[in-house]
Design a protein around this ligand. Structure first.
Ligand code: FE2
Ligand code: FE2
Length: 131
């Protein structure tokens, strides 16, 4: 397994924590698929699934931050947008054969997810906790 969710990744909200768990599950599925040599069409499907879920989760999280009047919303949204743009370009490159899938790619996705939850998402968790 690539990533395992643990309470140190919690943002203090059950729904958002469940979404992070699902996101991790999808990323792990992609990693397993890559490692076990699934055909590239299948891997492309898995990346698309991850991209779509990422979009869904970001929207959901932004709604949550709006609901708690989180002051860092604008900045957080911009970080989400930048990542979605990056993964979209990356998906196009992969499916058009301009980029090769590798474990380094998976490592990037993994580090981004963990760093984002711990460095950015947990900031709204701190804000809510102090309310
Ligand atoms: Fe976020
Ligand atoms: Fe998040």
């Amino acid at each position: 397994m690539l990533i395992q969710w643990s309470p140190d990744l919690s943002v203090g909200n059950k729904k958002i924590d469940q979404e992070h768990q699902r996101w991790i599950e999808i990323l792990n599925g992609f990693y397993e698929g890559l490692k076990s040599g699934e055909p590239k069409e299948r891997l492309h499907e898995l990346i698309l699934e991850m991209l779509n879920y990422t979009r869904y989760h970001f929207k959901s999280e932004e709604e949550y931050m709006t609901s708690v009047s989180y002051p860092g919303l604008g900045e957080h949204k911009a970080i989400h947008q930048k990542y979605v743009d990056k993964i979209s370009v990356f998906y196009e490159k992969i499916t058009s054969g301009k980029m090769i899938l590798s474990i380094e790619v998976t490592n990037f996705l993994k580090s981004w997810l963990i760093d984002h939850i711990k460095g950015v998402d947990q900031q709204y968790a701190d804000f809510v906790e102090k309310q």
